[in-house]
Design a protein around this ligand. Structure first.
Ligand code: SF4
Length: 469
C-alpha cells in the first residue's frame, strides 16, 4: 500500500542531537578531533575590552573560517548561509540548532582589527602545526620550498604607470589596500629626524601598478596573458607533506626566494626545527642563497645550481679551467694561471665586485701566443673569469646533484607541487578574495592551516565503528 506523509501539523517538542546527524566518516569529525583552540581566547584577551556588550566568540569565527577554507567556500556571505543550513557545519562550529550564525560583516571587522593586531591566524596555524608535530607527522629531516602564483583581486584593466603613485595620497579616501601599500613604501624610504630632507615621496619603479591592489605584482605565466598576483610560499616537511611555514609575497622571484630565509629562520626559532636538506627548484639555486644555506645554516642544498657561465658556441667555458684552491688561481687548458692579482699591493685588496665576484685574469703575454686563443678569448687581449664568492657553496650543490639522495629529493619535491594543485583545485584558492599583502597573508595562512588539518585527519584519524543498536 502506498504510504502518505501525514498532516503538516508542527510538533511541539523535539528531541534532537546534532551529533547523531553528522555522518561518522564526515571530514569535519576528523578535523575536529585534532583542532584545539583552547588557547586562542587567552591569546586574544588583551585585544578585547572588559566592558560593553559581549563580542562574538573568536573561536566560533575561526571555526567558521576553517569550515570555509576546508570545504572550498570562498565567500564569507555564503559561508554564513552554509553554516546556517548545514548540520555538520553547525556541529563543527559548536552551534546548536537555534543558535544564531554571526553576520558576514563580523569577519571583516575582526580581520582588520583584533585578528591582525594579534596575528591570530598565525597563532592558529602554529597551534595546528604543533599538533601535527605531536602526532609525529613532522620529522624535520628534509624540507622542500616552492612558490605558487595566485591571482589578486585586481582587474587587469585598472593598471597605471608606476610613476603616478606619488599623487595617490592627494585623494583623501584611498582604499585600505592602497593606504597599506603607501605606508609600506614610506617605511622603506624613511626621513631622518632633524634632517632638512623633504618628506619621502613614495617611489615606485614598476611599469604597471594596480589602482585597486598596488602591492600585487603584474606577472604572466609563459604564453599567457599578464595579470596582478601574489605568491604563496610553502616550506613543507617531506615526511608526509605537512606545511611548516607559509609566507605571502608579491609574485616576484626575488621576493619568493628571500622568503626562504624568513621561513627557515622562523621555523628554527619557533619550533627548534632545522632540516638536514632543503629541496627546491632552480629559482632557489642562485649563488647568495646557496652560500647562506651552506655556510650560515649548514643545510645541504638539494637545488639545481643557477649557472649561466656555460658557453654554447663551442668556445672554452669555465668548466674547462681547473680551480686550484690552495693557490687561489685557475689553470687554463694551455697550462697558464689566471689570477685575481698579479702583483702585491701595499694595502691588501679583496677584489670583490658589486656582483659578488672576483675577476681572475690570464696574462696578456701567455694569451697572445696561445694556440687556443681563437677558441678562448677571440675578442679580448686575455681571458677573464668571474668567480662567485659563493662558488664553494655552488660546488657543494653541484656535488649533491650527482648523488642518489638528490634523485630521491627530486621525487619528494612533487609533494609541494601537489599541495599547490590541491590548494587551487579542491580548496578553490586560485584567486584571492582579500586585498593587500595583509589580505594575502590571511588567506594563505588559513588555507595552509586547512591543508594541514585535512592531512592530519587523513593520516591519523580512523572512522569509529558504528555502535550496534
Ligand atoms: S688563450 Fe690564454 S687563457 Fe686561453 S688557453 Fe690560451 S693561454 Fe690559456
Amino acid at each position: 500500500m502506498m504510504g502518505s506523509q501525514g498532516s503538516a501539523q508542527e510538533q511541539l517538542f523535539y528531541s534532537f542531537s546534532l551529533d547523531d546527524h553528522v555522518p561518522r566518516d564526515h571530514l569535519l569529525r576528523g578535523i575536529d578531533r585534532f583542532l584545539d583552540l583552547g588557547e586562542l581566547r587567552q591569546h586574544l584577551a588583551p585585544y578585547y575590552s572588559h566592558t560593553g556588550r559581549p563580542s562574538i566568540d573568536p573561536e566560533l569565527m575561526v571555526r567558521m573560517l576553517i569550515v570555509g577554507y576546508c570545504m572550498g567556500i570562498r565567500s564569507e556571505r555564503r559561508l554564513c548561509e552554509e553554516v546556517h543550513l548545514n548540520l555538520a557545519y553547525r556541529w563543527f562550529c559548536r552551534l546548536d540548532l537555534d543558535d544564531r550564525v554571526p553576520d558576514h560583516s563580523t569577519f571583516s571587522k575582526n580581520r582588520h582589527g583584533r585578528f591582525r593586531q594579534s596575528d591570530a591566524l598565525r597563532f592558529v596555524f602554529e597551534a595546528v602545526l604543533r599538533r601535527c608535530m605531536g602526532e609525529g607527522l613532522v620529522q624535520g629531516e628534509g624540507f622542500a620550498i616552492d612558490a605558487s602564483v595566485i591571482k589578486a583581486d585586481a582587474n587587469r584593466a585598472r593598471g597605471v604607470p608606476g610613476s603616478e603613485v606619488a599623487n595617490w595620497r592627494n585623494g583623501q579616501d584611498c582604499s585600505r589596500a592602497v593606504r597599506e601599500y603607501l605606508d609600506g613604501l614610506e617605511a622603506a624610504n624613511p626621513v631622518t629626524e632633524g634632517s632638512d630632507d623633504r618628506p619621502a615621496e613614495p617611489r615606485e619603479t614598476r611599469k604597471t601598478i594596480s589602482l585597486t591592489d598596488p602591492a600585487a605584482r603584474w606577472t604572466a605565466a609563459p604564453a599567457g596573458p599578464a595579470f596582478f598576483a601574489y605568491s604563496t610560499n610553502y616550506l613543507i616537511d617531506l615526511s608526509v607533506g605537512i606545511i611548516v611555514d607559509v609566507e605571502a609575497t608579491p609574485a616576484f622571484r626575488t621576493d619568493e626566494v628571500e622568503s626562504t630565509r624568513t621561513m627557515l629562520n622562523r621555523v628554527e626559532q619557533r619550533f627548534n626545527l632545522k632540516p638536514h636538506r632543503l629541496v627546491g627548484d632552480m629559482a632557489y639555486g642562485a649563488a647568495p642563497m646557496l652560500g647562506w644555506l651552506v655556510h650560515d645554516k649548514h643545510i645541504e642544498p638539494h637545488v639545481p645550481v643557477w649557472d649561466k657561465t656555460a658557453r654554447t658556441d663551442g668556445s672554452l667555458s669555465i668548466r674547462d679551467f681547473q680551480w686550484q684552491a690552495d693557490r687561489n688561481e685557475y689553470i687554463c687548458p694551455a697550462g697558464h694561471p689566471l689570477r685575481s692579482e698579479w702583483r702585491q699591493f701595499a694595502n691588501p685588496r679583496t677584489h670583490i665586485t658589486n656582483a659578488d665576484t672576483v675577476i681572475y685574469r690570464a696574462s696578456q703575454k701567455s694569451c697572445s701566443g696561445c694556440a687556443h686563443k681563437e677558441n678562448c678569448c677571440p675578442n679580448t687581449g686575455h681571458r677573464k673569469i668571474a668567480r662567485s664568492v659563493y662558488e664553494d657553496a655552488r660546488d657543494v650543490a653541484r656535488t649533491v646533484c650527482t648523488t642518489p639522495a638528490y634523485a630521491q629529493s627530486r621525487r619528494d619535491r612533487k609533494k609541494v607541487e601537489m599541495l599547490f594543485a590541491h590548494l587551487k583545485r579542491i580548496l578553490k584558492l586560485d584567486r584571492l578574495r582579500l586585498r593587500g599583502i595583509s589580505g594575502a597573508h590571511d588567506e594563505f595562512l588559513l588555507a595552509a592551516t586547512a591543508q594541514n588539518l585535512r592531512r592530519m585527519a587523513k593520516k591519523c584519524w580512523t572512522v569509529p565503528e558504528a555502535i550496534p543498536v
